[in-house]
Write a protein that binds this ligand. Structure first.
Ligand code: CA
Length: 697
């Protein structure tokens, strides 16, 4: 969640193997699973040798996003051009990692819609629309995005915004099974890509900002039957905890934390190590954000902001490492998790690596959970370092927040969901870094209210503050995880940029907010190639091959957390979302870009409202509208910029907000939460913001 208190807009703003198994061959067992496109445990475990394909979210179980393909290389990249593209029918954010299985490419779009294409020609094979209840958008902090599908034994799997796990036939796109993974009607949403482990399909969920209890569920991939469920935070002690581990975790909490769920949602990263039989779960922030209103008697609040290792077979706790004890700043540890073997102090270690929101790069022994190293990769002021026991050395002012403080990084994190890649050739990890801060002011009167967000921030704070607002800058970095040092960086004109891909030909690909997809030399960051798209690119590129031709594919569409940070990115970064696919000598063309929107005009609608109404409207806007329509009523482009509301629409404002007149478009009714007078106050605030934008007020 990413939020700008008033006057601080800018502030945030792998089983052993089977050698080189060839799949999709004439083996009878494979045919039974659907012929070409059979992906079983052995094939997934050997995904790295499966050069032509991209079988799982992070390409292999290690999620290194490093491809052995070399046709596109420094000598040939000058010939790289658009081979084909497909419209995604949305201007909302696209975050999916495409999967490629034996000549077919599978993606997910906004509203959890699934698409399959011929990976060489772009011919559409099928679309499956899970018909997500549009009104559920109310419980989505950061756009109705989806980070991609999973593929297993002839079926494609995806989570849906309204909390379902959906399984469809890879050949036809017909529904095989679906199951509701979250309590219906509650403030959970699913945006993450499911993962396959030990014959099960794993899915987490989001919603910590609204006040829920996080968990991950494993389902039998064939039948959809629930196998196990792991809660990430303890529940109401009166009911008893589900496991002995949660009984222990409950000792690190105080007060009545369970009433607001506690948080700890696992909304993105999960990785599986088949040799160790462990699943690693990235756990999110607390609900509410602030320790002293969430757990007033202190404690580390396990397993918030932790890497949690559980047995793949039954979900039993094995170890945890908490990156941010007693999280106080929305510092999730849900960021991408990556497995590698690294030589550290003369000894090969099986490690798990993460660059979470809190700004420190962690290398952890993945067998034991032992902290090996952690160093800052961004400018942060909440902590000055990590001690030898792996605990942060905190800034007491950032902890207490007795006086509201500009804390860096802000809740968008020094690194967010954007996938990182690792080249075993260079030994570097490539990921985007974003420097920013946010003014954290606690709402001392916060009380849990299940109908709205529950972060506990004071949206209207306007007093003394501690600390300087950080300049917003952003870059692509190459990071050496052994020496824990940045090796090279490329600064970006707009600070926000996307996930990365590395290749055995020594290239690193990355998209950016300004619509550029770029390729760099992996050793030194030298720019080798770029392509300009109309919309920003946040998703990570993938590469694959069909019939001897190498392709690079990326979802281009700007939304997600990025558009909620209004930084004058404005309308330019948004526009029609597309799947873009490149190959040597590709010569496809795109339509002309959409023209920019005209300037905002002075509103003509008259509304009886006082200055007090406008002020009340600002607070109500912060609690109810900001998450989708943007800070200070300035939309990032995926939902209407309310300052542009015409007099005709102002005339039916109440019917839209309370009556659900635009529910089919994704604007849920708020009649259980707002009364007509409050709607009038919000409207007064929106009109006031429109007048401010044209120099009136
Ligand atoms: Ca969060």
């Amino acid at each position: 969640m990413h939020l700008a208190p008033r006057r601080s807009l800018a502030a945030f703003l792998v089983f052993s193997l089977v050698g080189t198994l060839a799949c999709g061959d004439s083996d009878r067992g494979i045919d039974m699973l659907g012929g070409a496109g059979a992906v079983d445990d052995a094939r997934l475990a050997n995904a790295d040798a499966d050069e032509e394909n991209w079988l799982t979210y992070g390409r292999t179980y290690k999620e290194q996003r490093h491809s052995p393909l070399t046709q596109i290389n420094e000598a040939t990249i000058g010939r790289l051009g658009l081979a084909w593209w497909a419209p995604m029918g949305t201007i909302r954010g696209l975050e999916a990692t495409p999967l490629v299985v034996d000549g077919k490419i599978f993606v997910t779009s906004s509203w959890s819609i699934m698409h399959a294409f011929d990976a060489a020609t772009g011919e559409q094979l099928w679309t499956y629309d899970p018909q997500v209840n549009r009104a559920h958008a109310r419980y989505v902090c950061c756009d109705v995005v989806n980070r991609g599908p999973a593929f297993y034994r002839g079926k494609v799997y995806a989570g849906t915004i309204d909390g379902r796990m959906v399984s469809v036939a890879a050949e036809t796109g017909e529904l095989v099974w679906e199951t509701q993974t979250t309590p219906e009607g509650e403030a959970y949403a699913v945006t993450g890509a499911p993962r396959i482990a030990d014959g099960k399909i794993l899915i987490g969920n989001g919603g910590a900002e609204y006040g829920v209890r996080g968990y991950v569920t494993a389902y039998d991939a064939e039948t959809g039957e629930e196998d196990w469920r792991v809660y990430t935070v303890p529940g109401d002690p009166a009911d008893g905890q589900e496991t002995a581990a949660l009984e222990e975790a409950a000792k690190t909490w105080s007060g009545d934390w369970w009433q607001a769920g506690g948080g700890g949602t696992a909304w993105d990263s999960m990785v599986y190590d088949p040799e160790l039989g462990l699943v690693y779960i990235g756990v999110g922030n607390g609900s509410p954000w602030y320790e002293r209103i969430r757990s007033p008697g202190g404690g580390d609040n396990l397993y918030l902001s932790s890497i949690l290792a559980v047995r793949a077979s039954d979900g039993e706790y094995v170890w945890h490492y908490q990156t941010t004890p007693a999280d106080n700043w929305d510092y999730t540890a849900t960021q991408p998790l990556m497995l590698a073997e690294l030589e550290i102090d003369g000894r090969e270690r099986k490690v798990i690596m993460q660059a979470p929101k809190n700004g420190f790069f962690y290398v952890i022994d993945r067998e034991t959970g032992e902290f090996l190293s952690g160093e800052a990769f961004a400018d942060v002021n909440w902590a000055t370092g990590i001690d030898e026991d792996g605990r942060p050395i905190e800034n007491p002012a950032a902890r207490s927040l007795e006086t509201p403080m500009h804390v860096a990084p802000g809740p968008n994190g020094s690194h967010n969901w954007h996938p990182m890649s690792y080249s075993p050739q260079t030994g570097y990890v490539y990921f985007p870094v974003y420097e920013h801060s946010m003014l954290h002011a606690i709402d001392e009167d916060w009380e849990y209210d299940r109908s709205t967000i529950n972060i506990g921030a004071n949206f209207t704070y306007d007093g003394e503050t501690v600390g300087e607002e950080m300049p917003m800058v952003g870059r692509l970095v190459a990071w050496d995880p052994v020496s824990q040092q940045e090796v090279w960086r490329v600064e970006h004109p707009n600070p926000l940029s996307g996930g990365t891909l590395s290749t055995a030909s020594g290239l690193v690909f990355q998209g950016r907010a300004d619509g550029q997809l770029r390729a760099y030399r992996a050793t030194d960051g030298h720019l080798l190639w770029s392509f300009q798209h109309e919309t920003g690119i946040a998703a990570a590129p993938v590469t694959y091959a069909v019939d001897g031709t190498q392709y690079v594919a990326v979802m281009a569409g700007w939304g997600g957390p990025e558009v909620l940070i209004n930084m004058g990115l404005g309308d330019g970064a948004t526009g029609p979302g597309r799947l873009l696919v490149f190959a040597l000598d590709g010569a496809a063309t795109l339509p002309e870009p959409m023209p920019p929107l005209p300037p905002i005009e002075a509103p003509t609608f008259e509304l009886a409202a006082s200055a007090t109404d406008v002020e009340a409207g600002e607070e109500l806007y912060g609690l109810n509208c900001w998450g989708c329509h943007g800070a200070a009523a300035a939309s990032g482009g995926i939902t209407p910029d309310l300052r542009r509301t015409t007099a005709d629409v102002h005339a039916v404002f109440e019917d839209i907000v309370l009556g659900g007149q635009r529910a089919a478009l994704g604007m849920p009714p708020f009649d259980d939460r707002l009364n007509p007078d409050e709607v009038r106050q919000i409207q007064a605030y929106v009109l006031s913001r429109a007048r401010e934008s044209v120099g009136e007020n």
